[in-house]
Design a protein around this ligand. Structure first.
Ligand code: ADP
Length: 386
């Protein structure tokens, strides 16, 4: 077999876990051809993978069971090593010794052709780390590019849908405002429903766009600032004041229980706008999944380890235990929620978790069906600026 000029031809000595990891990594590299694998153990983990991919396996001096001429024996009175086959293959230009055994390394170095570079197990491990890191960053780049493309498409599509929906809403407002004349009660009810459905569709679109945009950024894309948690909690609560009063729910913001305000004045390093979006999703859910006359409690506490905890608690419909593990999944809605609140879209908690993950914050949920839920966000407090 002749290889292209710029192809690296590799032989792997050993077939243990390091060899297997190396095989998996190198098989994804276009400019690498893995010529052969050497193993003393016929059951070693890398051998099956090598065979599946048509790579020649030298097992204890045999090629897949056939004794090789002149290998591991005496030829014309000279002791030859099972690695002498390497000397005959001048095309191999990289030999990766993965067993870590000094004797094996010495034998490989003695047998290798002058064209081959031999790397010992430590160097091979280093190369593997380097390649894996490069692959991960490449995969991250590809995912980010795909997400950016999705977000761009979604922006266009949502723009096209948003305009007609908004104009339907304006027309409905004109009718509801009585500008086209008196309207019968039944017509008013239908018009109000149309208005509410348009609202829900617009909010669903906005959430889908926000989620798509979030998936295009990483931690470095956050606009970090030191912001008071109390300020962000207040902003999130204010966003839903109208919704709460419309649904007959009271939102209580508990007084701060931050004992050492001088040292930990509830400052958080975060992207202000995104944190408000996260908290807003939790408050919105607590409101919509409460029963009428329900109370939602929002509190901020400081823990002795320097973490601040925001808890959003409601006494509403709760979440069945079997549904709890899935509530952060995209588009997931638990059955009781679908019956209780028609206009949900199953994206709020996905957005909240995405924002928490981007910052490295912990977001957890506890709930009891029929009794209510509490969502807790744990964030490290930023030390006070002197
Ligand atoms: P949406 O509320 O639009 O359905 P979310 O992603 O915000 O979507 O929430 C996902 C699901 O988690 C909801 O459909 C509901 O089943 C459940 N859930 C979230 N918050 C609460 C809550 N406070 N009380 C009861 N169920 C909740």
């Amino acid at each position: 077999m002749t290889a292209a000029h710029d192809t690296t031809i590799v032989a792997i000595v050993g077939a243990g876990p390091l060899a297997r990891a190396m095989l998996e990594t190198l098989m994804g590299v276009a400019s690498v051809e893995i010529r052969c694998v050497f193993s003393a153990d016929p059951d070693a983990p890398a051998l099956a993978l090598a065979r599946e991919n048509g790579i020649r396996c030298h097992i204890d001096g045999r090629i897949d069971g056939h004794v090789e001429d002149g290998v591991d024996g005496r030829v014309n009175g000279r002791v030859v090593s099972r690695f002498d086959v390497l000397a005959a293959d001048a095309e191999v230009n990289l030999i990766l010794e993965t067993t870590g055994e000094p004797d094996v390394l010495t034998a490989v170095e003695a047998a290798a052709s002058p064209n081959s570079l031999v790397l010992d197990a430590a160097a091979t491990r280093g190369v593997l780390r380097l390649l894996s890191g490069q692959r991960e960053s490449l995969e991250r780049d590809i995912t980010r590019r795909e997400n950016a493309e999705k977000a761009r498409y979604l922006r266009q599509a949502s723009h096209q849908i948003k305009s007609p929906l908004s104009s339907i809403q304006s027309s409905v407002n004109v009718i509801l405002g009585g500008y086209t004349g008196e309207i019968p009660e039944r017509t008013r009810e239908v018009m109000e429903k149309i208005h509410a459905r348009c609202d829900a569709a617009l909010s669903g679109l906005a959430k889908r766009r926000l989620l798509a945009d979030l998936r295009c950024v990483d931690h470095d894309g956050l606009e970090m600032d030191s912001v008071r948690l109390a300020t962000m909690v207040r902003e999130a609560v204010d966003l839903h004041a109208a919704l709460a009063s419309q649904r007959g729910v009271e939102i209580q913001v508990a007084p701060h229980d931050v004992p050492d305000l001088a040292r930990w004045p509830d400052l958080v390093r975060c992207d202000h706008q995104k944190m408000v979006a996260l908290l807003s999703e939790l408050v919105e859910n607590a409101v919509v999944y409460s029963e009428e006359h329900g109370v939602v409690e929002v509190s901020v506490d400081a823990r002795p380890d320097g973490r601040l905890m925001v808890a959003v608690r409601d006494h509403g419909i709760g979440i069945p235990e079997r549904c709890l593990p899935r509530i952060f999944d995209e588009d997931y809605r638990a059955d009781p929620a679908v019956q209780h609140y028609l206009d949900g879209v199953g994206l709020g908690l996905t957005i909240a978790r995405e924002i928490a993950d981007l910052h490295g914050f912990d977001l957890t949920a506890q709930s009891e069906e029929g009794r209510g839920s509490v969502f807790t966000l744990s964030v490290p407090a930023a030390p006070a600026v002197p």
